[in-house]
Write a protein that binds this ligand. Structure first.
Ligand code: NDP
Length: 277
């Protein structure tokens, strides 16, 4: 029987996941189906019911997108360390009647930066804007990549401090508010992990964080030049990128987790890329 997978979210009409996983399955000849499910937001326990029904119908795994990442984490029987720090799951695997939760957003982001954009993070000064789910997911993979310094800035400073306190090894990790960034010099990599771009807003980051050799990375994708990327480009950075590579790389991680083989990603990224202009 064809193995069944799905992405669950609400709304879900915008999702690229069935296309991405369909291309992966075609490339490495996997007998699997991958559909999109619009999950129920109300009542509270309806999400769990939808997941359990999918498992009962033979489902093997799911990707999870907004607004269900926290609920997916909560219903799991087992959780990876990355998912635990993020407090959120973006992928589930169903095995032997158990639900296992993972979070591949951070590793997907790191791989896009280090492999696709050829920017090894070791020894670099890295600034992350935001302390929401995506930033939380990135924290452990980023620390493991051994940057010289990792600064996380957020509007709500208590939130970013609480996040960093959960990490056992403090390493080169620092937190701050946007007002502190003015005096902190330039960064090799500035990652916008806020959701500001989704509403066309700009996080209050000063242009002084950018240098002519900096890379500016926007997690949102398909939005062309967001206010953050425009600010970076006007400040004269070396390059700008959006999160399409992260999207495809996290999908490839989930695919490898489920199927035991990692697909090629470059052709899929090229196919989904919207030019940044
Ligand atoms: P969350 O809602 O969990 O977190 C939002 C964060 O953005 C918070 O830190 C919030 O700050 C901050 N924020 C929101 N508006 C502003 C603003 N105007 N100025 C400054 N900070 C702001 O969102 P997620 O972490 O889930 O998502 C963040 C982004 O990452 C989104 O654009 C999302 O689309 C993208 N994403 C991309 C993925 C990909 O595969 N490419 C995967 C997952 C996410 P505060 O705490 O102070 O309120």
């Amino acid at each position: 029987m064809t193995d069944q997978y799905a992405v669950i979210g609400n709304p879900i009409g915008h999702t690229k996941s069935p296309l991405i996983h369909g291309l992966f399955a075609q490339e490495i000849r996997q007998d699997m189906s991958y559909t999109a499910i619009e999950g129920p937001v109300e009542p509270q326990d309806a999400f769990a019911g939808t997941v359990h029904a999918f498992v009962a119908a033979g489902g093997k795994g799911m990707n999870v997108t907004a607004p269900f990442k926290l609920k997916a984490f909560a219903i799991a029987d087992e959780r990876s360390e990355r998912a635990t720090l993020a407090g959120a799951a973006n992928a589930l695997s169903f095995k032997d009647g158990r639900i296992v939760a993972e979070n591949f957003d951070g590793v997907g982001l790191l791989r896009d930066i280090e492999v696709n954009l050829s920017l090894p993070m070791a020894g670099k000064r890295v600034l992350v804007l935001g302390a929401g789910g995506a930033a939380r997911g990135a924290l452990l993979p980023f620390i493991a990549a051994r940057p010289a310094e990792l600064v996380i800035a957020n509007r709500d400073i208590a939130k970013v401090k609480a996040l960093v306190e959960q990490v056992a090894s403090s390493g080169p990790l620092a937190t701050c508010g946007y007002g502190d960034l003015e005096g902190m010099g330039q960064f090799d990599l500035v990652v916008n992990a806020t959701s500001a771009s989704l509403t066309g807003e700009l996080p209050p980051v000063p242009p002084s964080v950018f240098s002519p050799t900096s890379v500016a990375y926007e997690l949102a994708y398909g939005k062309r030049l967001t206010p953050f990327l425009r600010l970076a480009r006007n400040a004269g950075v070396a390059s700008v990128a959006d999160g399409v590579g992260m999207l495809v790389e996290q999908a490839a991680e989930a695919f490898a987790w489920w199927r035991g083989v990692r697909p090629q990603t470059h052709a899929v990224i090229d196919r989904l890329t919207v030019p940044l202009n």
